[in-house]
Design a protein around this ligand. Sequence first.
Ligand SMILES: [Mg+2]
Length: 376
Amino acid sequence: MSTIRSITITEFEWQPPGSKRDSRKFAVSISTTDDELGEYVALWSAPPLAVPQTIAAARMLINHDPRDRERLWNLVSRAHAKNDRIGYGALDIALWDLAGRTLGVPIWALLGRHRERLPAYVSTVSGRKGSGALGSPQDYADDAAACADRGALAYKFHGLADGEVADEIAVLRAVADRVGGRMDIMTDPGKRLSTLADALRLGRACDEVGAFWWEDPVRGDAPRAHQILRERIRTPLLITEFVRTLEARTALAIDGGTDLLRADPELDLGITGVIKSAHAAEALGMDLEVHAAGPAQRHCMAAIRNTNYYELGLLDPELGNPAMPPVYAGDYVEDLSAIDPADGCVSLPDGPGLGVTYDTDWITAHTVATHVITEP
Ligand SMILES: [Mg+2]
């Protein structure tokens, strides 16, 4: 029987375009006694918060059969129950990659494919007033029109980081004036609004322009606040990007706290965790939107019926996808060119496992710390 022999966690740093500071991410690599390999580069969950948890979870996997994904998911889920468990996502994804590579099939084939093409929305970076390519409502409207011309089916903006609710509404109206009727429009304040009254103001504007969804409008996790928003606003509310655990997310949905659910393979215990949430949502008759861009997200969305859009983000009109480390050796991309103008969709990786090839030379050249785990 093949067992997990070692797990390497590699932290690397690079300077994203447009940034004055280095950004740090990490890669995981799982190898077995039969020399099988599973890899994943975490794109969104970053050190310093995720790596210590990933190291702790990796120790629990040594000497186990790599095919025991459900057993291992439960093992780590219980052991890390006093934490947010974000360290396990990258390891679960690498175990799926290993399984796919060993069997010579893509992860979507292991999960069971529902769709070949992934309808995509452009998800923007947050702008800043008067600076960069998204410095005003007009800039956002110009960008939305350019994305529509390029074939994007929907546009979700993260508003001005230094703006108030009035700025959020101004961007929404400018975008709707320009591209309303051509593409779906969504807004995501990312919990920036500090009062329920501000959230209601934005919600009424969403209703006026017929927004497709509005996401995480208000600070805090109070279920009652979100129930009030749902009672008064017609636009579907999407929360749970900030709610960890399958059970909490599902309970919130049952209690009427959201219209649409969210889960993320890096933040929510891997591909295994996202598929559990998707099936829980399916049983409730609800849709689950997979959070963020990346190969793991694409495989998940391919295998979920009750979902709408792939989040192609976070895009900047001038810088492309600045937060995405250039870790792919092949032609896999997460910028506007990933959208096929013919149908507004992004494609599914077709190779074994995740179906992407990592540029190990680039990662090695940018490595700042390596942790090799061989003992439980
Ligand atoms: Mg969001």
